[in-house]
Design a protein around this ligand. Structure first.
Ligand code: PMP
Length: 299
């Protein structure tokens, strides 16, 4: 992790190293934090934060299952994100808002614990370095939607992603793919999945996954590029027979899969490349109709 100067912590800017909390913090012990991942892209005249409002909206939605009352308004957090980027003077960054139940009493019920919020910026150029990544199916299934809230970004739920990526990494793979209870492909450890078969884009339905903001952006891109897209259950076997496959996510952007377990996918990925190029233009404000999604940061 490359350190930046300052982290916004409960409304104040503190030096990176001073952004600390007690070891008995409720969320550290019980996984009751909620978080976001937002991307900021440098452009000639400053930088653009991509879909800030949507990320902050999802942040507040993630807090609901935990009855967590975030002690800041959406607008003040949006302003704090912009200010955090500015003060750190690094524009190619991944922005991490995190809200957590602080230190109060022992036991899983967080009701009496104070809610604390931080916003950090982490310099990030490319999340996954290889052009075609190797992914491994996880030995764990995605947690059932009856046992968790897949649409929320709750820290505790990410043990599933952590174990999946760790398992992939130990076997020399770049990332994990997680299947759902029915054996269908769900998503990556922190990415949504798309495949291309016979010119049609297919992606798992949204019920059992985090329906990412990048995934939602994809549907607009498919329309613009006149690509047919279908949400459906995708069996692992269908993924292995795909013409192209790619991950999407705020950090990973649009990234091609080259291998799933022992199966190599074709190295020709014309449709993915078209989507990648369009996405890179879109997030940098080069497609006027999507400028509404960009928040300007001027230094
Ligand atoms: N699925 C999971 C489990 C994730 O953690 C992420 C990253 N937030 C995604 C999908 C992609 O979501 P987004 O496009 O909103 O970053």
């Amino acid at each position: 992790m490359i350190e930046t100067k300052t982290i916004w912590f409960d409304g104040k800017f503190v030096p990176w190293k001073s952004a600390q909390t007690h070891v008995l913090t409720h969320s550290l012990n019980y996984g009751t934090g909620i978080f976001e991942g937002i991307r900021c892209y440098p452009v000639e005249s400053g930088a653009y934060i991509f879909r800030l409002r949507d990320h902050i909206n999802r942040f507040f939605e993630s807090a609901k299952p935990l009855s967590m009352k975030i002690p800041f308004s959406k607008i003040s957090l949006m302003r704090a994100v912009v200010e955090t980027v500015k003060r750190n003077s690094v524009l190619d960054v991944y922005i991490r808002p995190l809200a957590f139940f602080g230190y109060s009493k022992i036991g899983p019920n967080p009701a009496d614990s104070p809610v604390q919020v931080i916003i950090a910026c982490i310099p990030l150029k490319v999340y996954l370095k290889k052009k075609f990544i190797k992914v491994k199916t996880s030995p764990l299934l995605r947690i059932s939607p009856r046992a968790c809230f897949p649409h929320a970004k709750i820290t505790g739920m990410y043990f599933n992603s952590a174990i999946s990526s760790l398992d992939a990494w130990k076997s020399g793979f770049d990332e994990a793919i997680v299947l759902d209870e029915d054996g269908n492909v769900a998503e990556g450890a922190a990415e949504n999945l798309f495949i291309v078969k016979d010119g049609i884009v297919l992606t798992p339905r949204s019920e059992k996954i985090l329906p990412g903001i990048t995934r939602e952006t994809m549907f607009k891109i498919f329309k613009d590029l006149k690509l047919q897209a279908v949400e459906k259950n995708i069996a692992l076997d269908e993924l292995l027979r795909a013409d192209e496959a790619f991950f999407t996510g705020t950090a990973v952007e649009v990234h091609s899969l080259g291998q799933i377990d022992r199966t190599k996918l074709p190295r020709k990925n014309p449709i993915t490349q078209k989507i990648q190029r369009y996405y890179q233009k879109l997030v940098r404000g080069e497609i006027p109709k999507y400028k509404k999604w960009l928040t300007k940061v001027s230094l």
